[in-house]
Design a binder for this molecule. Structure first.
Ligand code: 13P
Ligand code: SF4
Length: 336
């Protein structure tokens, strides 16, 4: 049966993706590669995607690397295997390209913790502050911000400002507190957090460290302060990956979403990577938003060119300014 446009759009509006069964005998890797060539598409994937998606992507990276890859690509179509704010950032940087997200419901708890209406009221209380926002936020928050940052450049961006510059940092209170501690500043923090990074169990990590005395404990700065206090190294997903590649040590306890372990293991097949245990019943550190994307949904979104990210132009232009500022600063720091 050939799908018509109304049927596809109806399904996307109802489910967040085109919900039809995919022939189980189809070689999805071959089909996706064929569609990539046919449509001049590039697949950008975050490290938290499932291994099959990482393996078929043209570029895998952290939020900074992905924003840069989106800014640089000359493909006609960008397929973003990540979450909504990432695809939205790609669209902000590429208004003339078609930007697809395999499942529109792939959101982000951190981004959701900061609604623009509430944040605008919060910001109004600090008229002499500038706003630095972590890229894990909606276009509405970006439009209310002066500079965007990622976990890969947040410290440098904050430190590039005069010490007496008053700053609101949103939406991640853990990353903000980490930078406050490092820089000796007192940035005003929005009270947001990531559902994956705030549930690591201090008690279980302490026991795990005792059982693996030679392991380095490495953590993403979205983790809570008490977890970060135990870490031998703190960094963005790319920085954590590089650290494990360059280290002479063989064992690592990793406090971030487990998707990154696929690349760590690929880069260092003889090293051991142990996911840091969370404090929940299912004992898993998967991001439920990132893991909404599947190879089937990736294939369907490329085939039917839906779901597509559509943006209001006024909002796009307002949200682009602080991203451009981040890109300029990152270039100055030699980070991109
Ligand atoms: P980075 O990719 O910048 O390390 O951020 C991790 C994350 O939580 C993305 O959602
Ligand atoms: Fe958002 Fe956390 Fe998932 Fe990243 S891991 S997308 S910050 S909920």
């Amino acid at each position: 049966m050939v799908a018509n446009e109304a049927e596809i759009l109806g399904s996307v509006a109802k489910n967040g993706f085109y919900d039809i069964d995919v022939d189980p005998t189809l070689d999805l890797f071959a089909e996706i590669n064929r569609l990539k060539k046919e449509k001049n598409a590039v697949i950008l994937a975050h490290y938290y995607q499932e291994p099959d998606i990482q393996d078929i992507a043209d570029y895998i990276g952290d939020s900074l690397g992905l924003a840069q890859a989106a800014a640089k690509t000359d493909a006609k179509m960008i397929v973003f295997a990540g979450v909504h704010f990432m695809a939205e950032t790609a669209k902000i940087l590429n208004p003339d390209k078609k930007v697809l997200l395999p499942d529109l419901n792939a959101g982000c708890s951190l981004s959701d913790s900061c609604p623009p209406e509430l944040f605008a009221r919060f910001k109004a209380k600090y008229p002499d502050h500038i706003v630095i926002s972590y890229i894990n936020c909606s276009a509405g928050i970006k439009a209310l911000s002066d500079i965007i940052c990622t976990s890969g450049n947040a410290s440098q961006i904050v430190n590039s400002l005069p010490q007496d510059q008053k700053i609101i940092f949103a939406p991640d209170k853990n990353l903000g507190a980490y930078i406050n501690k490092q820089s000796g500043r007192e940035m005003v923090l929005w009270n947001g957090a990531c559902m994956v990074h705030e549930i690591f169990s201090l008690e279980k990590i302490t026991r795990l460290k005792e059982r693996h005395p030679n392991a380095k404990f490495i953590a993403h700065p979205e983790c809570e302060e008490a977890v970060l206090a135990l870490a031998d190294y703190i960094g963005s997903t790319t920085q954590l990956l590089k650290y494990t590649e360059q280290s002479d040590l063989n064992e690592f306890i990793v406090a971030t979403e487990t998707g990154i372990l696929h690349q760590m293991q690929k880069a260092s097949p003889d090293k051991t990577f142990i996911p840091a245990p969370p404090d929940n019943a299912c004992a898993c550190n998967d991001c439920p938003h990132m893991k909404r994307n599947t190879l089937e949904k990736l294939y369907l979104c490329m085939k039917y060119e839906q779901p597509e990210i559509i943006m209001d132009e006024t909002l796009r232009l307002a949200a682009k300014k602080p991203i451009d500022r981040m890109m300029d600063l990152s270039r100055q720091f030699g980070l991109i």
